[in-house]
Design a protein around this ligand. Structure first.
Ligand SMILES: [Zn+2]
Length: 338
């Protein structure tokens, strides 16, 4: 009788132990999944590129950003870009052989750095499509949204990373509609050019049309079948959080709800932040938090949260790091609250 009681008690405790053990590991796993929805892709090679001493597009932009991520205990999000990723044929979906060969000859280090950025973008898209992350930020340089096919770099840009990414999403994953949001202070003239007749890519850009490259007129709305799919919004010097946020809330959300994107790309330039040496907007880090949240809400509504965000400009080294980290934090924390 005593033996039987002991056996039952032992069995009961064992079952209880395994039950709590499973619960504990499940909640640990859930917490882990909950905590990290985003990843930051980067590589040391992008630090090697130097246009000239004292040039604002410098490696310190990335170094400071990584330092701040680590300081804020977000270093856990950083992953190294896989150098095995095959990107050459994808670059050719946007850039001519003449351009590629000319860059390789004239600026081998800058060209390599831009290729690493492309590798990062393709890897990021793969990881999002495999559901490994909800969204990804590419901490890369040089920027890309001014890159044309002139055989030289334009506005610090060599290859258009965001445009190549759009082609990759459409051709490899057969997702048709890509929304590109560009909040860099400068107009993404190259992105506009490559999709100007294309209704499958909605390009939404806010910028100062009086600044380099002096394009981005609101009259430029796309042509042919692409008419209505190019949205240029000129914002003047001194643009505040309130002004830029209301533009995104009123114009972007409306356009996106009609377009219903399958994937969102962000040309994330932070030279639209206050105190940038090349810009004159007055947007704060809190402003970028709201812009990021708007993009996340659109992504959640239409495309299962899929966002790849790529660093463009941002030349106040400290300011760029602060705004970018706010952007990454928002990308990562969004799903904790819903
Ligand atoms: Zn810029």
């Amino acid at each position: 009788m005593m033996k039987k009681r002991k056996f039952l008690l032992f069995s009961f405790i064992t079952i209880l132990f395994f039950f709590f053990k499973i619960k504990f590991f499940n909640s640990l796993f859930a917490n882990f999944k909950k905590r990290n929805h985003t990843a930051v892709l980067t590589h040391d090679i992008v630090l090697n590129h130097l246009i000239s001493i004292d040039h604002p597009e410098k490696s310190e932009r990335i170094i400071e950003l990584i330092k701040l991520l680590e300081k804020k205990k977000l270093g856990i999000l950083i992953r190294e870009i896989n150098l095995e990723t095959k990107e050459k044929n994808w670059v050719k979906t946007i850039h001519s052989n003449y351009h590629i060969k000319s860059l390789m000859r004239k600026y081998p280090i800058g060209e390599k750095s831009s290729l690493i950025a492309v590798k990062g973008c393709l890897q990021g898209i793969d990881e999002i499509m495999k559901n490994r992350h909800k969204n990804i930020f590419c901490a890369v340089r040089p920027p890309g949204h001014h890159a044309l096919n002139t055989g030289k770099h334009e506005g610090f840009c060599f290859y258009n990373h965001v445009a190549i990414s759009a082609k990759y999403i459409q051709n490899k994953y057969k997702l048709n509609k890509v929304l590109i949001i560009d909040w860099d202070y400068h107009h993404g003239n190259s992105t506009e050019l490559f999709f100007y007749n294309d209704p499958s890519v909605l390009f939404f850009s806010t910028h100062d049309a009086d600044a380099y490259p002096r394009t981005g007129s609101p009259d430029r709305i796309g042509s042919g079948k692409g008419k209505g799919y190019n949205v240029n919004i000129h914002l003047p010097c001194g643009t505040t959080d309130k002004k830029i946020i209301s533009t995104y809330e009123n114009k972007l959300v409306k356009k996106a709800n009609i377009f219903k994107p399958d994937f969102i790309l962000i040309s994330a330039g932070f030279d639209s932040r206050k105190d940038d040496p090349l810009g004159c907007f007055d947007v704060s880090d809190k402003g970028f938090k709201t812009l990021t949240t708007i993009a996340l809400q659109i992504a959640e509504k239409h495309c299962n949260g899929r966002i790849l965000s790529i660093l463009e400009g941002g030349y106040n080294v400290e300011g760029n790091a602060k705004a970018t980290v706010t952007h990454i934090e928002t990308l990562n924390n969004f799903y904790k609250n819903i």
